[in-house]
Design a protein around this ligand. Structure first.
Ligand SMILES: Cc1cc2nc3c(=O)[nH]c(=O)nc-3n(C[C@H](O)[C@H](O)[C@H](O)COP(=O)(O)OP(=O)(O)OC[C@H]3O[C@@H](n4cnc5c(N)ncnc54)[C@H](O)[C@@H]3O)c2cc1C
Length: 408
């Protein structure tokens, strides 16, 4: 029986590990946190996952949260100077969902062990990778933003930013007034300030709302370094809403934190890395998920990507049969994922820059045209559908003209 070693028990590592067990592989996952440490720790993400990624979980029978609050659509608002200048929404064809990773990962770790997987608790370093390689046929690093992932070489050609593009913060709350229509991600663009989005989720204490702040570094939404307590974090969240997104403030002003660890602040540069790591002993390891393809959360794609990466790697491993897992296999396996991920990375990196005129046109047309609104909203489920339309003003014009013609 082939033995696969995985470093990291997140969306990528656990989904792959559970998938491999189902297919008769022997799997070791090493995590630097116990299930209890994850459950009792800080939130890590807002982890909104769209239908295609959720389907990967359904296919493995690990979709344990069918009753979690659905995210049924996406609303876009342009809010310059605190005034709503544009607003529209559309439904997702199938709902999205966000399960707090403190709820999901401990459950998946338990399921992994129940299914015969070996869960080890250790912080793996280079020597640990070599030791794992000695006992496994294939070693995969799915360590997210963990230090060990930085051993993989940064891919300059695929990483246009060398600095963080946003100051990030999360605030998990109870007590927000629901949207009047269907549930949704409310995505607010505040030119020159940043972005704010919010949506329903499931956390340790039940249904909640997650506020996500994407502040332009050095701007008025980048004050988290001065926040000294959970209550100050909530107060800062509400200050931002009151000043820059008053419509959201109106339904949020009575919110309370879900828990003192339901907050997060930080920043990182989006980075793509070369997927094959040469170990000192001459062996190789394969990177997956955020460790080799880290995106800014502005488009809410990281967990989706991690899930698609795990699905692509599972297929590649199954198809590879008994052949050796050499560097060529590893590169081809990553390339298979990159066939998809390149579009997510391209779109996400574009969203971090001031929007070009043709993108503004798309968002403006969506306000009057449901076909365009539906296309843009459902593209979050599969960002490949934006391409090549969003790359070329002439293609955008042709797409919008056709949509407007159909509406007329
Ligand atoms: C503010 C914010 C908001 C986000 N919102 C969304 C969203 O709405 N939708 C979405 O799709 N994505 C979102 N993301 C991104 C998403 O959370 C990540 O892309 C996703 O969790 C990546 O999964 P992963 O398995 O690659 O890594 P991770 O989830 O980071 O898991 C890696 C695991 O490896 C462990 N580990 C690290 N180093 C070691 C080591 N040396 N040895 C052993 N274990 C180790 C870590 O402790 C961790 O448990 C957001 C991220 C942030 C920061």
């Amino acid at each position: 029986m082939r033995k696969i070693g995985i470093v990291g028990a997140g969306q990528a590592g656990l989904q792959l590990g559970l998938g491999l067990l189902k297919n008769g592989y022997q799997v070791v996952i090493t995590s630097n946190q116990t299930p209890d440490q994850i459950r009792n720790g800080r939130v890590t993400s807002s982890q909104c996952m769209f239908d295609r990624a959720l389907e990967n979980e359904r296919a493995l029978g690990i979709d344990f949260w069918k009753d979690a609050p659905p995210v049924e659509g996406i609303q876009f608002s342009l809010v310059p100077g605190g005034q709503t200048a544009m607003q529209w929404s559309s439904r997702l064809d199938r709902p999205a969902q966000s399960i707090d990773q403190r709820v999901k990962m401990p459950r998946w770790m338990t399921e992994f062990e129940k299914a015969g997987g070996e869960l080890r608790i250790a912080d793996v370093d280079m020597a640990g990778l070599e030791a794992l390689e000695q006992e496994c046929d294939l070693v995969i690093v799915a360590s997210g933003k963990g230090e060990i992932g930085k051993l993989f070489q940064r891919d300059e050609t695929r990483s246009p930013f060398d600095k963080p593009q946003r100051s990030l913060a999360l605030t998990y709350v109870h007590g927000m007034e629901p949207r009047k229509e269907h549930s949704a991600v409310n995505f607010n663009l505040m030119p020159g300030v940043g972005e704010y989005f919010v949506f329903p989720a499931l956390t340790l204490s039940g249904p909640c709302e997650i506020m996500v702040f994407e502040g332009i570094p050095g701007g008025p939404m980048d004050n988290w370094a001065n926040v000294k307590s959970p209550q100050e974090h909530l107060a800062e969240s509400l200050r931002i809403l009151k000043e820059f997104v008053p419509e959201e403030y109106a339904r949020s002003k009575d919110c309370v934190l879900t828990d003192d660890l339901g907050i997060l602040a930080g920043r990182f540069p989006p980075t793509v890395r070369k997927p094959v790591l040469a170990l000192p002993n001459g062996a190789v390891a394969l990177g997956m998920g955020d460790s080799v393809c880290l995106n800014d959360p502005i488009t809410g794609q990281g967990s989706n990507n991690a899930s698609h990466c795990a699905a692509a790697y599972l297929t590649a491993i199954l198809e590879h049969g008994d052949r050796p897992y050499d560097a060529a296999f590893m590169q081809a396996t990553f390339d298979r994922y990159w066939d998809y991920a390149q579009f997510v990375v391209g779109w996400t990196n574009n969203m971090l820059l001031p929007p070009p005129e043709h993108m503004v046109k798309i968002l403006g047309t969506a306000q009057q045209n449901q076909k365009v609104a539906h296309w843009f909203v459902n593209g979050f489920n599969d960002p490949r559908t934006y391409f090549p339309t969003i790359t070329d003003p002439a293609l955008t014009d042709a797409f919008l003209a056709e949509a407007m013609g159909a509406a007329a």
